[in-house]
Write a protein that binds this ligand. Structure first.
Ligand SMILES: [Zn+2]
Ligand SMILES: [Zn+2]
Length: 276
């Protein structure tokens, strides 16, 4: 499985010289089988526009699974050239507690909020995400609801060829209580998704020092992400969904402040590819 980070920023895109190394596009991760083009994309933040470069001009034929519908996870969808190119075949999986994925997506993706609707995206099809395990583009994908703030949110566990990726962007761990360190108790769904993962991609918008003042915003501290990775036996942790005010140097400093004996650490950057 090849994992390519197309957007790693949280909340809002961050252009500017201080954000060039980690990148300013919002959440999007592309997955490919070995030797094949990306066919499963997690989230449609502004980073999804970078998908074009990884397809060599070919149209996108695959699935986009949306963890949730906050702007930073859907904003790029209607601007992905490869997903709109002739010959595309795009299925979008949408959290939709009401059961109608088009109607749910349309609430933020129609006039006056946006000039077109999901029905105007050519041949795209839409399906509702529900909890459970299903096959998507040859990947085995487990979806579980995880606590966040403001709408149904899923975490994903993706398996192929013996490799396991866990993707928990936008996760607020305090749903079960603050825990001893005040960063949140480990959620059972998060533990299940991350168990033994080769790579855990996790919300690291805040730090433990920042957390008391910002925990209500629905995100995690990097220290919580590390604690979860260690408890679940994940081999690598990629800090993800970097706060929009956290410059490249700040991300470096955050990464340097963490240490683990059992889990290797990195900070996700736009364009980074990892083979699992
Ligand atoms: Zn987000
Ligand atoms: Zn969110």
């Amino acid at each position: 499985m090849r994992v390519t980070f197309l957007g790693v920023r949280g909340s809002v895109p961050t252009p500017g010289a201080a954000f060039l190394r980690y990148g300013g596009n919002t959440a999007c991760v592309a997955l490919a089988h070995d030797g094949a083009p990306p066919s499963l994309v997690l989230d449609g933040g502004t980073g999804i526009r970078m998908l074009d470069a990884h397809l060599g001009g070919a149209p996108f034929r695959g699935t986009v699974a949306l963890s949730h519908l906050h702007w930073d996870h859907v904003h790029g969808l209607p601007f992905c050239g490869a997903a709109l190119a002739p010959g595309n075949c795009v299925r979008v999986l949408v959290p939709s507690p009401d059961g109608d994925p088009v109607a749910t997506l349309e609430r933020g993706f129609s006039p006056p909020h946006f000039p077109v609707t999901p029905r105007d995206m050519g041949q795209w099809s839409y399906e509702r995400i529900v909890e459970g395990v299903r096959e998507l583009e040859g990947f085995s994908v487990t979806a579980r609801e995880v606590p966040h703030k403001g709408g149904q949110t899923f975490g994903f566990r993706v398996e192929a060829g013996g490799a396991v990726l866990a993707y928990l962007t936008d996760h607020a761990p305090q749903a079960l209580g603050p825990g001893e360190d005040g960063l949140g108790l480990l959620h059972e769904s998060a533990l299940e998704l991350c168990a033994g993962a080769d790579l855990l991609v996790h919300d690291a918008q805040f730090t433990a020092a920042e957390f008391p003042a910002v925990s209500y915003l629905g995100h995690a501290a990097a220290e919580y992400a590390l604690g979860l990775a260690e408890a679940a036996g994940a081999k690598r942790l990629a800090l993800f969904h970097h706060a929009p005010d956290r410059t490249d140097d700040d991300v470096d400093a955050l990464l340097a402040s963490l240490s683990s004996s059992g889990c290797s650490l990195l900070a996700a950057s736009e364009g980074l590819t990892i083979d699992l």
